[in-house]
Design a protein around this ligand. Structure first.
Ligand code: PEP
Ligand code: MN
Length: 338
C-alpha cells in the first residue's frame, strides 16, 4: 500500500504516521520528494486495510497495491478452475450450455424442455423453484414441489440441475435436490447467504448484480471461497445502463476482464441481459468468442404461455438452432462443447 501525505506535513507528523503503521506490525519505507512525502507500507496489506487512513489529517491519498480479493484471484491460482458436476464440466476450455425454463411450472413443461435441451446438446438443466419477482403478486415458483420435479427430470435425462436459492432457510431444501446452487443478481451481496452456500461445499453459480462492479462480483465470490469452497461459476447477466432497447446491457467486456483477474469459470446469461429472445443467439455467440466458459439460457416449450420471463425465452426449435450455430463456432474458436 502506498500512502501519499499532504504537502504541508511536518517531520513529526510523518514520524507519527509511521509509528502508527508500525504498531500494526508492518514496516514502512519513507520517500521524501521535493513536494510530497510518500510512505510505502511493507508487509501484509490486510493489516492496514481496515485502518481509516483517509481520515487521518496527514494523509492525502491511499493507493492499495494488492487486489482486495485473494482466493479467487489469478495470482493465487494460475490454472483455470474446472468444475465437474456429474458428467458436465464448467471451465477449463469447453463451452458448457445450461438451459431450461425460467421457472418450473409443471412436470410436463419441465420434462418436455429437458428432453429437448438434452437432445440439442445442453449439459446442465436450469429451472427456478424459488423465484425472485419484482411484484409480490407474480408467480413465486413452486418451491419444494419444483425442486422435486427438477430432481426427477434430472435423473431421467442425466442432466445436473442448477437452481436458485434466495434465502439461507432454503439451503437445506435446495441441497437435497440440486447439483449447483444459483445466487441471483439481487442476492449477489447478501453476504450471509454467500457464506452459508460456501459452507455447503456445493458448486455455486454466482450472478453479477445489475448495479455491481466486477470487483464487487469478485469480492462476493471471495466470501464463498473463504468458506473453503472454490467451486464457483461467475455469471455476467447484464447490468443496468441508460439503454432501454434491452432489459439490461450485456457487459461483454466483463468476460475478458474477469479472465485476466480470476481463475474461476465465467459464463453469461444472455436471456436476462437481453430481455428479448430474438437477440439471445447473437449474444451467446459473442460471449463464446469473448472467452466465456458457457451460457445459461432460458428455454420454454411455449414462451407465450410462460409464467415467468416468456419474452426472453427461446422456444425448443430456436434453442436447437442456436446449439447448431454454437457447435460450428466452437470448432472455429478452437474450443469444445461439454
Ligand atoms: C433467473 O435466472 O431466472 C434469474 C432470476 O436471474 P437474475 O438473478 O440474473 O435476475
Ligand atoms: Mn428468468
Amino acid at each position: 500500500m502506498i500512502i501519499v501525505l499532504k504537502p504541508e506535513v511536518t517531520d513529526e507528523q510523518i514520524q507519527a504516521v509511521c509509528e502508527r503503521i508500525r504498531k500494526e506490525g508492518l514496516d514502512v519505507h519513507v520517500s521524501k520528494g521535493k513536494f510530497r512525502t510518500i510512505i510505502g507500507v511493507i508487509g501484509e496489506e490486510e493489516a492496514v486495510r481496515s485502518l481509516p487512513l483517509e481520515a487521518w489529517p496527514e494523509v492525502e491519498k491511499v493507493m492499495p497495491v494488492l487486489k482486495p480479493y485473494k482466493l479467487v484471484s489469478l495470482e493465487f491460482k494460475q490454472s483455470p478452475t474446472a468444475i465437474r458436476v456429474r458428467d458436465a464440466v464448467i471451465g477449463g476450455g469447453s463451452f458448457t450450455v445450461m438451459a431450461g425454463p425460467c421457472s418450473v411450472e409443471s412436470r410436463e413443461q419441465l420434462f418436455e424442455t429437458a428432453k429437448a435441451v438434452k437432445e440439442a446438446g445442453a449439459s446442465v438443466l436450469r429451472g427456478g423453484a424459488y423465484k425472485p419477482r419484482t411484484s409480490p403478486y407474480s408467480f413465486q415458483g413452486l418451491g419444494i414441489e419444483g425442486l422435486k420435479l427438477l430432481r426427477e427430470v434430472s435423473e431421467e435425462f442425466n442432466l445436473p440441475v442448477v437452481t436458485e436459492v434466495m434465502d439461507v432457510r432454503q439451503i437445506e431444501h435446495v441441497v437435497e435436490y440440486a447439483d449447483i446452487l444459483q445466487i441471483g443478481a439481487r442476492n449477489m451481496q447478501n453476504f450471509n447467504l454467500l457464506t452459508e452456500v460456501g459452507k455447503t461445499g456445493y458448486p455455486v453459480l454466482l450472478k453479477r448484480g445489475f448495479s455491481n462492479t466486477i470487483e464487487e462480483l469478485l469480492m462476493a465470490a471471495e466470501y464463498i471461497a473463504r468458506e473453503g469452497n472454490d467451486q464457483i461459476i461467475l455469471c455476467e447477466r447484464g447490468i443496468r445502463t441508460f439503454e432501454t432497447a434491452t432489459r439490461n446491457t450485456l457487459d461483454i467486456s466483463a468476460i475478458p476482464v474477469l479472465k485476466r483477474l480470476t481463475h474461476l469459470p465465467v459464463v453469461v446469461d444472455p436471456s436476462h441481459a437481453a430481455g428479448r429472445s430474438d437477440i439471445v443467439p447473437e449474444l451467446t455467440l459473442a460471449a463464446l468468442i469473448a472467452g466465456a466458459d458457457g451460457a445459461l439460457i432460458e428455454v420454454h416449450p411455449d414462451p407465450k404461455s410462460a409464467l415467468c420471463d416468456g419474452p426472453q425465452s427461446l422456444n425448443l426449435n430456436q434453442f436447437a438452432t442456436l446449439m447448431e450455430d454454437l457447435k460450428r463456432l466452437v470448432t472455429v474458436a478452437g474450443r469444445k462443447t461439454s
